[in-house]
Write a protein of this length. Sequence first.
Length: 295
Amino acid sequence: MAKVSKEAKIGVAFILAIVILYFGISFLKGINIFKPTNSYTVVFDDVSGLTQSTPVTLNGLQIGLVYSMNLDENNPKQVITHLNLNKGLKIPKGSKLYLDVSLMGAATVILEPNLSSTDMVTQNDTIIGLRKKGLMDAGGDLMPKVTEMMPKIDSILIGLQNLTNNPDIPRTLNNVSGITAELKTSTKQLNNLLGSVQKDVPVMTSNLASASKDMAVMTSKIKTMDIDETYKSINSTLKNIEQLSLKLNAKDNSVGLLLNDRQLYDSLNSTLNNASLLLKDVKENPQKYINVKVF
């Protein structure tokens, strides 16, 4: 088998490099050699951020690339942009192409098809392109508002600086630290209390169950009692007490006289006083009453 010379290898590598370079340059220009495309012309007033090979998307799906851009000879304020879109893609008339540039500078051409139209755009037609206003495009409108806000922002910053330099802030932070420590201690004590309560809960539950059983027994006994007979007995007792009270208040019996006769009370009181005096005199002068003779 014949050996391939070094010069042949170098030639083949050079040809492959040229082919790869051609495909790469074509891709960067927005030409997909391996995929058939249709070319459409779009006119933009402003193509800031738009470059060759910028993707063209439909509903987020890439459907083509930007192929070239050049100024319109008849109207220098407009830029004629050529797009290479997928071969089978059809664009209804009235559709819109938006140039959207993100905050980071990445551009995208977005196709919004007019679904109500049945007529399709041909390759000889020119589509009017629009530019979506982003944050960077709205900078001119935002600057007056930002200028108006600057004094307020400055006053807020001064207030924050004064607040930061306030000597009461460290004391407040120390107080907050102390309060946090006290809260930690209180939480620990509360946890201990809850732990002891949890230990007592089964005992309390058992006591409540026992009391409930006793109440149930008492209730059953009350149900078995003869309420009518008990009421009659109580009523009879009350009547007897009433009669006894009447007799005690009346003066036609000994007890009544004893309790209600003032003269008898005074006599008894006088007798008791005399007896007390007599006993006192006996204690003081026993010789007057006791005569003892010794033989």
